[in-house]
Design a protein around this ligand. Sequence first.
Ligand code: COA
Length: 477
Amino acid sequence: MAKRRTQKKTRSRAALRKSPRKVVKLASVRKSAKRANGNGLPRPSTKPFGKAGKALEGVKILDFTHVQSGPTCTQLLGYMGADVIKVERPGVGDITRTQLRDVKGQDSLYFTMLNANKRSITIDSKNPKGKDILERLIKHCDVLVENFAPGALDRMGLTWEYIHKTNPRMIVASVKGFGPGPYEDCKVYENIAQCAGGAASTTGFREGPPLVTGAQIGDSGTGLHLAFGIVTALYQRNRTGRGQKVLAAMQDGVLNLARVKLRDQQRLAHGPLTEYSQYGEGVPFGKATPRAGNDSGGGQPGWILKCKGWESDPDAYIYFITQAPVWEAICDVIGKPEWKTDSDYAKPPARLPRLKHIFATIEQWTMTKTKFEVMEICNKVDIPVGPILSMKEIAEEASLRETGTIVEVDHPGRGKYLTVGNPVKLSDSITEVKRSPLLGEHTDEILTKVLGYSAKELADIKASGAITAPEKAEKAA
Ligand code: COA
């Protein structure tokens, strides 16, 4: 049977080489390959892992993103091997190039850490010749990614209808602050999204105001959601042959990350949230999910505890989880073996109203050790704990360098700097982090090598002001 299949496949291939009716023959080769492999996929590569190209090799991204949310997304796609062509306004570029600058006259870390693995082309999207270039780019690319304020892309003339007509295969992916509804026209930044997505109302201490978190769940979190949407739309395109719109609203992205708090909101209708320390303290619950300080968001109670040196080191703390299966080990480690059999402490429900006292007792022990000593002692007996690591400690952490999560990059203008590499590791698509581009660094290269403009056309484009800042354009004209 297997022999017959092989013969049929060989015949089909030979026929394909001779026959002008390639389309028909190709379909038959595909069918027979499908039969041979059972799933229509090519035969497994025999190249060593990591040597068979990158995951998104061949995918071309027209990157219209700026600030953080969009650039996070396209940087991830670049890490995965996509060719990312970043379009920037001539003479200005992404606003973050000059924001929070630490080295005079050089691209800021804000920009360089969000725009690795990209090429930069400057195009004035409102200049007629600029529009021609964009049309060629739309025909050339697979995905357009943007995070302009609502309506800005349409005002450039780049409506979905126009893009879809120009290149029906193109996926148009957008970050917006809100999805359709009362706020759809609003501009949104990180902290607005954290507030509107429900995270801020549930972050912080009960007695204090709502709090935003340092992790950029609104911007980078939504960029991550968008990247997922794009890759999924690319996969669907393999079947349908057509592009589609992908929208990741920052409010939705934050809510997705804060879903456990919407869970708790619904639980409130059935009684107090017994794992919140507020319950043990006898403080009644209100109508909405409260701020829970450092309480764990899951079913295993936890809290941040002081460690040795906390008086002078603001990060000498550890997150300690009183995971039920290792309760006896916790009792032994902290010198409270009697809690193992005491009915007030032995079982999880009995502990819930006493969490404050329990964590205060554990803290008496953690304060005698450094956070790393606590980590070592607890991990040996499977107690889940985590040190509060400062950014300084993270920057110096050797293991993060070894895995490529933290990468040192060399930049012609600013010299060496650290950036965060690909947080997702694929064994057959190894990420190489390449420095962010200078403004317009690849303009000529993209116009001539990618879009095929001749030297004469390039000169005309330069004189038109489509790729240069206004004052330079005047000089050129
Ligand atoms: N050529 C010509 N014009 C260009 C251009 C180019 N290459 N690139 C951008 N522009 C123009 C746009 O067309 C727009 O002009 P218009 O408003 O006259 O139509 C203008 O630059 C500004 O774009 P906009 O997106 O409105 O920037 P902003 O600085 O005013 O607002 C945000 C910034 C982030 C608030 C806004 O873009 C936004 O809400 N984005 C969606 C949500 C988001 O991603 N937020 C998180 C950012 S980290």
